[in-house]
Design a protein around this ligand. Structure first.
Ligand code: PMP
Length: 429
Protein backbone atom coordinates (compact mmCIF):
# COMPACT_ATOMS: atom_id res chain seq x y z
CA UNK A 1 0.00 0.00 0.00
CA UNK A 2 1.06 3.59 -0.56
CA UNK A 3 2.36 5.49 2.42
CA UNK A 4 -0.32 8.00 3.39
CA UNK A 5 0.95 8.91 6.85
CA UNK A 6 0.75 12.66 6.25
CA UNK A 7 -2.87 12.38 5.08
CA UNK A 8 -3.68 10.41 8.25
CA UNK A 9 -2.00 13.04 10.37
CA UNK A 10 -3.78 15.91 8.60
CA UNK A 11 -7.09 14.10 8.95
CA UNK A 12 -6.58 14.02 12.73
CA UNK A 13 -5.84 17.74 12.73
CA UNK A 14 -8.71 18.50 10.35
CA UNK A 15 -11.20 16.72 12.61
CA UNK A 16 -10.13 18.95 15.44
CA UNK A 17 -11.15 22.13 13.65
CA UNK A 18 -13.43 21.22 10.70
CA UNK A 19 -16.55 19.26 11.40
CA UNK A 20 -15.92 15.67 10.35
CA UNK A 21 -12.59 16.80 8.91
CA UNK A 22 -14.15 17.55 5.51
CA UNK A 23 -16.00 20.46 3.97
CA UNK A 24 -18.43 18.26 2.05
CA UNK A 25 -19.55 14.89 3.42
CA UNK A 26 -19.03 12.95 0.19
CA UNK A 27 -15.28 13.59 0.56
CA UNK A 28 -15.13 11.43 3.67
CA UNK A 29 -14.39 7.72 3.23
CA UNK A 30 -17.43 6.77 5.30
CA UNK A 31 -19.05 4.91 2.39
CA UNK A 32 -15.88 2.88 1.69
CA UNK A 33 -15.11 1.61 5.16
CA UNK A 34 -13.90 4.83 6.80
CA UNK A 35 -10.37 6.01 7.43
CA UNK A 36 -8.51 9.11 6.33
CA UNK A 37 -9.38 10.60 2.96
CA UNK A 38 -6.44 11.53 0.76
CA UNK A 39 -5.24 15.10 1.25
CA UNK A 40 -4.19 16.49 -2.11
CA UNK A 41 -1.51 19.08 -2.56
CA UNK A 42 -1.15 19.71 -6.27
CA UNK A 43 -2.77 18.83 -9.57
CA UNK A 44 -1.32 18.68 -13.04
CA UNK A 45 -3.33 17.59 -16.07
CA UNK A 46 -5.03 14.26 -15.35
CA UNK A 47 -2.90 13.68 -12.25
CA UNK A 48 -2.80 14.93 -8.75
CA UNK A 49 -0.29 14.49 -5.96
CA UNK A 50 -1.07 14.00 -2.30
CA UNK A 51 0.73 15.44 0.72
CA UNK A 52 2.90 12.30 0.92
CA UNK A 53 4.07 12.74 -2.67
CA UNK A 54 1.98 9.90 -4.14
CA UNK A 55 0.63 10.40 -7.64
CA UNK A 56 -2.94 9.50 -8.64
CA UNK A 57 -4.75 9.50 -11.96
CA UNK A 58 -7.88 11.52 -11.40
CA UNK A 59 -11.28 10.07 -12.34
CA UNK A 60 -13.05 12.12 -9.67
CA UNK A 61 -12.77 15.42 -11.59
CA UNK A 62 -13.81 17.17 -8.36
CA UNK A 63 -17.26 15.54 -8.81
CA UNK A 64 -17.60 16.85 -12.33
CA UNK A 65 -16.25 20.35 -12.96
CA UNK A 66 -12.70 19.44 -14.03
CA UNK A 67 -13.40 18.35 -17.60
CA UNK A 68 -9.95 19.71 -18.53
CA UNK A 69 -8.16 18.21 -15.54
CA UNK A 70 -5.88 20.29 -13.31
CA UNK A 71 -4.07 23.49 -14.18
CA UNK A 72 -5.35 23.94 -17.73
CA UNK A 73 -3.30 26.86 -19.06
CA UNK A 74 -6.10 28.70 -20.85
CA UNK A 75 -8.28 28.58 -17.72
CA UNK A 76 -5.40 29.47 -15.39
CA UNK A 77 -4.48 32.47 -17.57
CA UNK A 78 -8.10 33.67 -17.55
CA UNK A 79 -8.26 33.40 -13.75
CA UNK A 80 -4.92 35.18 -13.32
CA UNK A 81 -5.99 38.00 -15.58
CA UNK A 82 -9.30 38.33 -13.73
CA UNK A 83 -7.48 38.38 -10.38
CA UNK A 84 -5.10 41.07 -11.56
CA UNK A 85 -7.99 43.25 -12.69
CA UNK A 86 -9.65 43.16 -9.27
CA UNK A 87 -11.70 40.12 -8.33
CA UNK A 88 -15.08 41.68 -7.68
CA UNK A 89 -16.92 44.88 -8.64
CA UNK A 90 -20.54 44.52 -7.59
CA UNK A 91 -21.49 46.02 -10.93
CA UNK A 92 -22.37 44.37 -14.23
CA UNK A 93 -19.52 43.50 -16.60
CA UNK A 94 -19.35 42.83 -20.34
CA UNK A 95 -17.92 39.39 -19.62
CA UNK A 96 -21.23 38.28 -18.13
CA UNK A 97 -22.99 39.10 -21.42
CA UNK A 98 -20.36 37.21 -23.39
CA UNK A 99 -20.75 34.14 -21.20
CA UNK A 100 -24.55 34.20 -21.10
CA UNK A 101 -24.52 34.45 -24.90
CA UNK A 102 -22.12 31.50 -25.18
CA UNK A 103 -24.35 29.40 -22.96
CA UNK A 104 -27.50 30.34 -24.87
CA UNK A 105 -25.81 29.56 -28.18
CA UNK A 106 -24.90 26.12 -26.82
CA UNK A 107 -28.21 25.46 -25.00
CA UNK A 108 -30.95 27.31 -26.91
CA UNK A 109 -33.67 26.71 -24.29
CA UNK A 110 -31.83 29.24 -22.07
CA UNK A 111 -33.68 32.19 -23.54
CA UNK A 112 -32.68 34.27 -20.50
CA UNK A 113 -29.99 33.39 -17.97
CA UNK A 114 -29.02 34.38 -14.43
CA UNK A 115 -25.68 33.50 -12.81
CA UNK A 116 -25.48 32.34 -9.19
CA UNK A 117 -22.72 30.68 -7.14
CA UNK A 118 -23.48 26.96 -6.95
CA UNK A 119 -25.62 24.23 -8.36
CA UNK A 120 -27.58 24.24 -5.11
CA UNK A 121 -28.54 27.88 -5.60
CA UNK A 122 -29.38 27.37 -9.24
CA UNK A 123 -31.83 24.53 -8.53
CA UNK A 124 -33.25 26.25 -5.44
CA UNK A 125 -34.03 29.33 -7.51
CA UNK A 126 -35.63 27.47 -10.40
CA UNK A 127 -38.05 26.06 -7.83
CA UNK A 128 -38.89 29.51 -6.50
CA UNK A 129 -39.41 30.87 -10.00
CA UNK A 130 -41.57 27.89 -11.01
CA UNK A 131 -43.72 28.46 -7.93
CA UNK A 132 -43.97 32.17 -8.69
CA UNK A 133 -44.93 31.46 -12.29
CA UNK A 134 -47.52 28.76 -11.60
CA UNK A 135 -48.84 29.91 -8.22
CA UNK A 136 -48.48 26.29 -7.04
CA UNK A 137 -46.30 24.78 -4.29
CA UNK A 138 -45.60 21.11 -4.89
CA UNK A 139 -42.48 19.89 -6.68
CA UNK A 140 -41.78 16.40 -8.00
CA UNK A 141 -38.40 14.74 -8.40
CA UNK A 142 -36.97 11.33 -9.16
CA UNK A 143 -35.74 9.15 -6.33
CA UNK A 144 -31.99 9.17 -5.82
CA UNK A 145 -31.39 12.30 -7.87
CA UNK A 146 -29.38 14.84 -5.89
CA UNK A 147 -30.26 18.45 -6.59
CA UNK A 148 -28.10 20.24 -4.00
CA UNK A 149 -28.62 20.68 -0.28
CA UNK A 150 -31.48 23.20 -0.08
CA UNK A 151 -34.34 22.10 2.18
CA UNK A 152 -36.91 21.01 -0.34
CA UNK A 153 -34.72 18.85 -2.57
CA UNK A 154 -32.90 17.02 0.21
CA UNK A 155 -35.58 14.39 0.29
CA UNK A 156 -34.62 10.92 -0.94
CA UNK A 157 -31.52 12.54 -2.39
CA UNK A 158 -28.84 10.43 -4.00
CA UNK A 159 -25.15 11.01 -4.25
CA UNK A 160 -24.21 12.30 -0.82
CA UNK A 161 -26.81 11.54 1.79
CA UNK A 162 -28.22 8.23 0.65
CA UNK A 163 -24.85 6.65 0.12
CA UNK A 164 -24.24 7.41 3.75
CA UNK A 165 -27.60 5.91 4.65
CA UNK A 166 -29.28 9.18 5.54
CA UNK A 167 -32.26 9.43 3.20
CA UNK A 168 -33.41 12.73 4.68
CA UNK A 169 -31.56 15.41 6.60
CA UNK A 170 -32.43 16.49 10.10
CA UNK A 171 -33.39 20.12 10.34
CA UNK A 172 -35.84 20.11 7.45
CA UNK A 173 -39.37 20.84 8.65
CA UNK A 174 -41.88 18.17 7.74
CA UNK A 175 -44.09 20.90 6.30
CA UNK A 176 -41.43 21.58 3.67
CA UNK A 177 -40.78 17.92 2.89
CA UNK A 178 -44.51 17.47 2.38
CA UNK A 179 -44.26 19.59 -0.76
CA UNK A 180 -41.81 17.19 -2.42
CA UNK A 181 -43.10 14.14 -4.23
CA UNK A 182 -40.56 11.51 -5.21
CA UNK A 183 -41.02 9.13 -8.13
CA UNK A 184 -38.83 6.29 -9.49
CA UNK A 185 -36.77 7.32 -12.54
CA UNK A 186 -37.82 5.80 -15.88
CA UNK A 187 -41.35 5.12 -14.60
CA UNK A 188 -43.92 7.15 -16.54
CA UNK A 189 -46.81 5.27 -14.95
CA UNK A 190 -45.72 6.33 -11.48
CA UNK A 191 -45.34 9.90 -12.73
CA UNK A 192 -48.82 9.90 -14.23
CA UNK A 193 -50.28 8.41 -11.03
CA UNK A 194 -48.62 11.17 -8.99
CA UNK A 195 -49.97 13.81 -11.34
CA UNK A 196 -53.48 12.40 -11.08
CA UNK A 197 -53.23 12.91 -7.32
CA UNK A 198 -51.25 16.13 -7.03
CA UNK A 199 -51.02 17.51 -10.60
CA UNK A 200 -53.24 20.51 -9.93
CA UNK A 201 -50.95 21.60 -7.05
CA UNK A 202 -47.65 20.84 -8.79
CA UNK A 203 -45.43 23.70 -9.92
CA UNK A 204 -42.69 21.65 -11.54
CA UNK A 205 -40.91 18.36 -11.99
CA UNK A 206 -37.13 18.35 -11.49
CA UNK A 207 -35.31 16.08 -13.91
CA UNK A 208 -31.73 15.05 -14.48
CA UNK A 209 -32.08 14.23 -18.21
CA UNK A 210 -29.23 11.74 -17.86
CA UNK A 211 -28.85 10.81 -14.22
CA UNK A 212 -25.40 11.59 -12.85
CA UNK A 213 -25.98 10.96 -9.18
CA UNK A 214 -26.42 7.23 -8.85
CA UNK A 215 -23.91 6.49 -11.52
CA UNK A 216 -24.82 7.29 -15.09
CA UNK A 217 -28.36 6.34 -16.06
CA UNK A 218 -29.90 7.11 -19.41
CA UNK A 219 -33.59 7.79 -19.76
CA UNK A 220 -35.49 5.01 -21.53
CA UNK A 221 -36.49 5.93 -25.09
CA UNK A 222 -39.53 8.20 -24.91
CA UNK A 223 -39.26 8.77 -21.16
CA UNK A 224 -38.28 12.45 -21.24
CA UNK A 225 -40.78 13.17 -24.00
CA UNK A 226 -43.42 11.53 -21.82
CA UNK A 227 -42.41 13.59 -18.80
CA UNK A 228 -42.77 16.79 -20.83
CA UNK A 229 -46.09 15.80 -22.26
CA UNK A 230 -47.63 14.73 -18.94
CA UNK A 231 -46.23 17.65 -16.93
CA UNK A 232 -47.54 20.19 -19.42
CA UNK A 233 -50.93 18.48 -19.58
CA UNK A 234 -51.23 19.22 -15.85
CA UNK A 235 -49.85 22.75 -16.14
CA UNK A 236 -46.57 21.92 -14.39
CA UNK A 237 -43.18 23.12 -15.61
CA UNK A 238 -40.26 20.86 -16.47
CA UNK A 239 -36.93 21.85 -14.91
CA UNK A 240 -33.77 20.10 -16.05
CA UNK A 241 -30.98 19.88 -13.53
CA UNK A 242 -27.97 19.83 -15.85
CA UNK A 243 -25.46 20.71 -13.13
CA UNK A 244 -23.53 17.51 -13.91
CA UNK A 245 -24.65 16.80 -17.46
CA UNK A 246 -24.24 20.09 -19.37
CA UNK A 247 -21.08 20.01 -21.53
CA UNK A 248 -20.16 16.63 -20.06
CA UNK A 249 -21.22 14.35 -22.96
CA UNK A 250 -21.62 16.85 -25.72
CA UNK A 251 -21.03 20.54 -26.41
CA UNK A 252 -24.28 21.87 -24.90
CA UNK A 253 -26.82 20.31 -22.63
CA UNK A 254 -27.89 16.69 -22.39
CA UNK A 255 -31.16 18.21 -23.62
CA UNK A 256 -29.49 19.07 -26.94
CA UNK A 257 -27.90 15.63 -27.18
CA UNK A 258 -31.26 13.94 -26.55
CA UNK A 259 -33.43 16.41 -28.49
CA UNK A 260 -35.75 17.34 -25.61
CA UNK A 261 -36.50 20.79 -24.27
CA UNK A 262 -37.32 21.82 -20.69
CA UNK A 263 -38.96 25.03 -19.52
CA UNK A 264 -36.05 25.87 -17.23
CA UNK A 265 -32.52 24.54 -16.70
CA UNK A 266 -30.09 24.66 -13.78
CA UNK A 267 -26.35 24.62 -14.49
CA UNK A 268 -23.13 24.49 -12.47
CA UNK A 269 -19.86 22.53 -12.22
CA UNK A 270 -18.21 22.51 -15.70
CA UNK A 271 -19.46 26.01 -16.58
CA UNK A 272 -17.23 27.45 -13.83
CA UNK A 273 -14.02 25.86 -15.06
CA UNK A 274 -13.27 24.82 -11.45
CA UNK A 275 -14.37 28.03 -9.72
CA UNK A 276 -17.68 28.36 -7.87
CA UNK A 277 -20.63 28.97 -10.16
CA UNK A 278 -24.21 28.15 -10.91
CA UNK A 279 -26.66 29.44 -13.48
CA UNK A 280 -30.28 29.02 -14.29
CA UNK A 281 -32.36 30.04 -17.24
CA UNK A 282 -35.22 29.17 -19.51
CA UNK A 283 -38.31 30.51 -21.22
CA UNK A 284 -38.53 34.30 -21.32
CA UNK A 285 -42.06 34.45 -19.93
CA UNK A 286 -40.93 32.40 -16.92
CA UNK A 287 -37.60 34.15 -16.38
CA UNK A 288 -39.34 37.53 -16.43
CA UNK A 289 -40.79 36.59 -13.05
CA UNK A 290 -37.29 37.16 -11.58
CA UNK A 291 -36.38 40.43 -9.82
CA UNK A 292 -35.85 43.21 -10.82
CA UNK A 293 -38.41 42.50 -13.60
CA UNK A 294 -40.75 40.35 -11.56
CA UNK A 295 -41.81 39.36 -8.05
CA UNK A 296 -39.52 36.32 -7.55
CA UNK A 297 -36.48 37.51 -5.62
CA UNK A 298 -32.98 36.13 -6.07
CA UNK A 299 -29.67 37.90 -5.52
CA UNK A 300 -25.98 37.27 -4.83
CA UNK A 301 -22.96 39.34 -3.80
CA UNK A 302 -20.66 36.98 -5.69
CA UNK A 303 -23.07 36.15 -8.52
CA UNK A 304 -21.43 36.61 -11.92
CA UNK A 305 -18.08 37.43 -10.33
CA UNK A 306 -15.38 38.11 -12.94
CA UNK A 307 -13.10 35.24 -11.91
CA UNK A 308 -15.78 32.53 -12.16
CA UNK A 309 -17.10 33.97 -15.41
CA UNK A 310 -13.62 34.24 -16.97
CA UNK A 311 -12.80 30.67 -15.91
CA UNK A 312 -16.12 29.47 -17.29
CA UNK A 313 -15.62 31.14 -20.66
CA UNK A 314 -12.12 29.70 -20.95
CA UNK A 315 -13.35 26.23 -19.98
CA UNK A 316 -16.16 26.26 -22.54
CA UNK A 317 -13.81 27.62 -25.22
CA UNK A 318 -11.49 24.70 -24.56
CA UNK A 319 -14.39 22.34 -25.29
CA UNK A 320 -14.81 23.80 -28.77
CA UNK A 321 -11.69 22.08 -30.15
CA UNK A 322 -12.39 19.59 -32.92
CA UNK A 323 -12.56 16.02 -31.66
CA UNK A 324 -12.85 16.79 -27.93
CA UNK A 325 -15.93 14.70 -27.21
CA UNK A 326 -14.85 11.94 -29.60
CA UNK A 327 -11.66 11.56 -27.57
CA UNK A 328 -13.53 11.46 -24.25
CA UNK A 329 -15.85 8.82 -25.72
CA UNK A 330 -12.94 6.79 -27.05
CA UNK A 331 -11.17 6.74 -23.69
CA UNK A 332 -14.43 5.93 -21.93
CA UNK A 333 -15.00 3.01 -24.32
CA UNK A 334 -11.48 1.64 -23.70
CA UNK A 335 -11.97 1.76 -19.93
CA UNK A 336 -15.43 0.19 -20.24
CA UNK A 337 -14.04 -2.72 -22.27
CA UNK A 338 -11.14 -3.22 -19.86
CA UNK A 339 -13.39 -3.20 -16.79
CA UNK A 340 -15.92 -5.63 -18.30
CA UNK A 341 -13.21 -8.00 -19.54
CA UNK A 342 -11.27 -7.99 -16.27
CA UNK A 343 -14.44 -8.52 -14.25
CA UNK A 344 -15.52 -11.44 -16.44
CA UNK A 345 -12.05 -13.01 -16.43
CA UNK A 346 -12.00 -13.05 -12.64
CA UNK A 347 -15.64 -14.06 -12.12
CA UNK A 348 -17.13 -10.79 -10.87
CA UNK A 349 -20.61 -9.84 -12.00
CA UNK A 350 -20.83 -6.15 -12.88
CA UNK A 351 -23.04 -3.70 -14.71
CA UNK A 352 -21.54 -0.73 -16.49
CA UNK A 353 -23.43 2.34 -17.68
CA UNK A 354 -21.58 4.81 -19.85
CA UNK A 355 -22.27 7.95 -21.84
CA UNK A 356 -19.12 9.29 -23.53
CA UNK A 357 -16.33 9.84 -21.04
CA UNK A 358 -18.52 9.32 -17.97
CA UNK A 359 -19.45 5.89 -16.68
CA UNK A 360 -20.34 3.95 -13.56
CA UNK A 361 -19.38 0.42 -12.60
CA UNK A 362 -21.82 -1.34 -10.30
CA UNK A 363 -21.09 -4.65 -8.60
CA UNK A 364 -24.52 -5.91 -9.51
CA UNK A 365 -26.20 -8.66 -11.54
CA UNK A 366 -28.86 -6.62 -13.31
CA UNK A 367 -29.13 -3.39 -15.24
CA UNK A 368 -29.50 -0.02 -13.57
CA UNK A 369 -32.52 2.00 -14.66
CA UNK A 370 -33.40 3.65 -11.36
CA UNK A 371 -32.18 4.31 -7.84
CA UNK A 372 -33.36 1.01 -6.36
CA UNK A 373 -31.23 -0.81 -8.95
CA UNK A 374 -28.17 1.29 -8.10
CA UNK A 375 -28.65 0.88 -4.37
CA UNK A 376 -28.61 -2.90 -4.76
CA UNK A 377 -24.95 -2.73 -5.87
CA UNK A 378 -22.48 -4.46 -3.53
CA UNK A 379 -20.96 -1.65 -1.47
CA UNK A 380 -18.59 -3.88 0.42
CA UNK A 381 -17.00 -5.23 -2.75
CA UNK A 382 -16.86 -1.71 -4.18
CA UNK A 383 -15.01 -0.55 -1.06
CA UNK A 384 -12.32 -3.22 -1.59
CA UNK A 385 -12.12 -2.34 -5.28
CA UNK A 386 -11.85 1.38 -4.46
CA UNK A 387 -8.97 0.89 -2.01
CA UNK A 388 -7.08 -1.48 -4.33
CA UNK A 389 -7.31 1.13 -7.11
CA UNK A 390 -6.29 3.89 -4.73
CA UNK A 391 -3.20 1.95 -3.65
CA UNK A 392 -2.26 1.62 -7.33
CA UNK A 393 -2.65 5.37 -7.89
CA UNK A 394 -6.13 5.55 -9.43
CA UNK A 395 -8.61 7.80 -7.64
CA UNK A 396 -12.39 7.63 -7.99
CA UNK A 397 -15.25 8.99 -5.92
CA UNK A 398 -15.61 6.96 -2.70
CA UNK A 399 -19.12 5.72 -3.47
CA UNK A 400 -20.43 2.47 -4.93
CA UNK A 401 -22.39 4.23 -7.64
CA UNK A 402 -20.61 7.50 -8.32
CA UNK A 403 -19.45 8.13 -11.89
CA UNK A 404 -15.89 8.01 -13.20
CA UNK A 405 -15.10 11.10 -15.27
CA UNK A 406 -12.51 11.14 -18.04
CA UNK A 407 -11.04 14.59 -18.77
CA UNK A 408 -9.48 16.13 -21.86
CA UNK A 409 -6.18 16.05 -19.94
CA UNK A 410 -6.11 12.24 -19.88
CA UNK A 411 -3.70 10.78 -22.44
CA UNK A 412 -3.55 7.35 -24.03
CA UNK A 413 -0.67 6.62 -21.63
CA UNK A 414 -2.98 7.39 -18.67
CA UNK A 415 -5.64 5.10 -20.07
CA UNK A 416 -3.09 2.31 -20.65
CA UNK A 417 -1.76 2.73 -17.12
CA UNK A 418 -5.30 2.61 -15.74
CA UNK A 419 -6.12 -0.54 -17.73
CA UNK A 420 -3.03 -2.28 -16.28
CA UNK A 421 -4.16 -1.27 -12.80
CA UNK A 422 -7.70 -2.50 -13.48
CA UNK A 423 -6.36 -5.90 -14.53
CA UNK A 424 -4.19 -6.23 -11.43
CA UNK A 425 -6.97 -5.04 -9.12
CA UNK A 426 -9.55 -7.49 -10.44
CA UNK A 427 -7.01 -10.29 -10.04
CA UNK A 428 -6.75 -9.43 -6.34
CA UNK A 429 -10.41 -8.70 -5.74
N1 PMP B 1 -27.50 19.17 -9.02
C1 PMP B 1 -26.78 18.10 -9.38
C2 PMP B 1 -27.29 17.20 -10.44
C3 PMP B 1 -25.56 17.86 -8.74
O1 PMP B 1 -24.85 16.79 -9.08
C4 PMP B 1 -25.10 18.75 -7.75
C5 PMP B 1 -23.77 18.55 -7.05
N2 PMP B 1 -23.27 17.28 -7.01
C6 PMP B 1 -25.89 19.85 -7.44
C7 PMP B 1 -27.07 20.04 -8.08
C8 PMP B 1 -25.45 20.84 -6.39
O2 PMP B 1 -24.39 21.60 -6.88
P1 PMP B 1 -23.38 22.33 -5.86
O3 PMP B 1 -22.62 21.25 -5.18
O4 PMP B 1 -22.54 23.19 -6.77
O5 PMP B 1 -24.21 23.14 -4.94
Amino acid sequence: PLNRETSKHLYEKAQDVIVGGVNSPSRSFKAVGGGAPVFMERGEGAHFYDVDGNRYIDYLAAYGPLIHGHGNKHIADAITQAAQSGVLYGTPTKLEIDFATMLRDAIPSLEKVRFVNSGTEAVMTTIRVARAYTGRNKIMKFAGCYHGHSDLVLVAAGSGPSTLGIPDSAGIPQAIANDMITIPFNDLTAFEDALKKWGAETAAILVEPIVGNFGIVRPDPGFLEGVNELAHRYGALVIYDEVITAFRFHYGGAQDLLGVKPDMTALGKIIGGGLPIGAYGGRIDIMEKVAPLGPAYQAGTMAGNPASIAAGIACIQELQHEGTYERLDNYGAQLEAALLQAAARHGHTVTLNRVGGAFALYFLDHEVRNYDDAQAADGEKFARFFHLLLDEGVLLAPSKYEAWFVSTAHTQADIDFTIDVINRVFAQL
